[in-house]
Design a protein around this ligand. Structure first.
Ligand code: FCB
Length: 453
């Protein structure tokens, strides 16, 4: 086995374990307005001066909208058993509600057909941050009507693709939608509002629940939610640090899962939001309390938390980062956190079925030498995180699959094209795809796992 191999004890994997890679619509597709699509909030946001690094937009991205056949062939060459992608709502419903755009639907139908022809299981995310601009104009996720908009959109896809897609995810990272979009303002639609955030979070939970119920009524068996999880460790045993750690844990990890699995919001949230925490959220939780069929775990890093009396906008501590190994995002590399968070999910929420729906790292990749990109740091990241996942499996976690983020170097939101997460390099000027060493190592791992007796 070479230095760049990812070794994993294949015998610990449950039968049918899915090996995949993940992407999202706005980050790779390009052609955002093609074939009758409506604009999304990300189209507007990225075209607003000062919102993304270098003014980068998703106008071309990986040109996947026009190259999806080539990209499916690439996935087949990697031996992927599954592919997680998202649907751009405004391609299906240019105004967000009402008139269907058949050409948009045809794109995803074609993609799903190509995947199935190659024996690749599609995992479809209904919402990965690209709300139709027309719905933002009607209040976006702050609107009481947003859950109904979402369920109507979801119904169209359940009906169109429910016979072919076996894995559905309603929302990608509702916490990031809430915090990035409406509280910190670094993601579209770019609001900074303490009072909007709890309303948005509640509407996202309602939207998830409405789509879940709609899916069930349409006979869809396997509907999950993907959440970003980041285990929190106190910087010291001082009571202030312990308290800040608990608040941050409630804020990031439990805000969406406690309501679904336990029927309550974490009590810390009221303290975090103070007067901005609306009373009404308590009274209407009952109808939301239904565990999804599976949880998608997006894991990148952990936090080490210190109390900070000046923290803003929410009292949820400060992250202590100095002196720790990190990726190009500045995120600490901490594989044990993946084991910890998976075991935590098992223990807190009654061992739900789990998929790691995102895990990966941005690094400054070395230049290609003889057509090879020796992205050793990414190979090491994958190796150590997969071993961490294996430790969780040994501890009885019901983990059923792993999706590397990301298949392709792509548009990393407000960082534009400056952060590269791909297993596959994409040359932005020529759109040429080149497998990095991490892609080759991942392919070999998948093959070895397939060949096990
Ligand atoms: C996650 C997002 C994904 C990507 C990675 C790096 O929060 O779901 O789209 O940006 O981070």
């Amino acid at each position: 086995m070479t230095e760049s191999a990812i070794a994993l004890p294949a015998e610990i994997l449950p039968p049918g374990f899915l090996w995949g890679a993940a992407t999202s619509a706005y980050q790779i597709e390009g052609s955002p307005l093609a074939d009758g699509a409506g604009a999304s909030i990300w189209h507007r946001f990225s075209h607003t001066p000062g919102r993304t690094l270098n003014g980068d937009t998703g106008d071309l991205a990986c040109d996947h909208y026009r190259r999806s056949d080539e990209d499916v062939a690439l996935m087949a060459a990697l031996g992927l058993g599954a592919y997680r992608f998202s649907v751009a709502w405004a391609r299906i419903l240019p105004e967000g509600t009402g008139q269907l755009n058949q050409r948009g639907l045809d794109f995803y139908r074609g993609l799903v057909d190509r995947l199935l022809e190659q024996g690749i299981e599609p995992m479809l995310t209904l919402y990965h941050w690209d709300l139709p601009e027309a719905l933002d104009a009607r209040g976006g996720w702050t609107s009481d009507a947003s859950p109904e908009w979402f369920a109507d959109y979801a119904r169209i896809l359940f009906r169109a693709l429910g016979d072919r897609v076996r894995f559905w995810i309603t929302l990608n990272e509702p916490w990031v939608v809430t915090a990035g979009g409406y509280l910190f303002g670094d993601l579209a639609p770019g609001h900074r509002s303490l009072s909007e955030a709890p309303v948005v979070a509640h509407n996202l939970l309602r939207a998830h629940a409405a789509a879940f119920t709609t899916g069930r009524a349409e006979g869809i068996p396997n509907i999950g939610l993907a959440v970003n999880l980041e285990p929190q460790y106190p910087a010291s045993r001082a009571p202030e640090d312990l308290a800040a750690t608990a608040r941050r844990d409630a804020f990031i990890n439990r805000w969406f899962l406690d309501p679904l699995f336990l029927g309550t919001y974490p009590s810390e949230l009221e303290g975090i939001f103070g007067a901005a925490w609306p009373d009404r959220t308590r009274s209407t939780l009952d109808s939301l309390c239904a565990p999804p069929d599976f949880i998608g775990v997006n894991y990148y890093s952990r936090s080490v938390v210190q109390q900070d009396p000046t923290d803003w906008p929410v009292k949820a501590g400060r992250v202590h980062r100095e002196g720790r190994p990190h990726t190009a995002m500045g995120w600490e590399i901490y594989p044990q956190g993946l084991t910890d968070i998976l075991v935590w999910l098992k223990e807190r929420y009654g061992n739900p079925p789990l998929y790691i729906t995102e895990n990966g790292a941005a690094f400054e990749d070395p230049p290609a030498v003889d057509g090879r990109i020796h992205d050793r740091a990414r190979v090491a990241y994958l190796r150590t995180h997969l071993l961490a996942a294996a430790r969780a499996l040994r501890r009885g976690v019901d983990l059923r699959g792993y999706f590397a983020w990301s298949l392709l170097d792509n548009f990393e939101w407000s960082y534009g094209y400056s952060k590269r997460f791909g297993l596959v390099q994409v040359d932005l000027a020529t759109q040429r795809r080149l497998l990095k060493d991490s892609a080759l190592a991942y392919r070999d791992l998948i093959l070895r796992c397939r060949e096990r007796p």
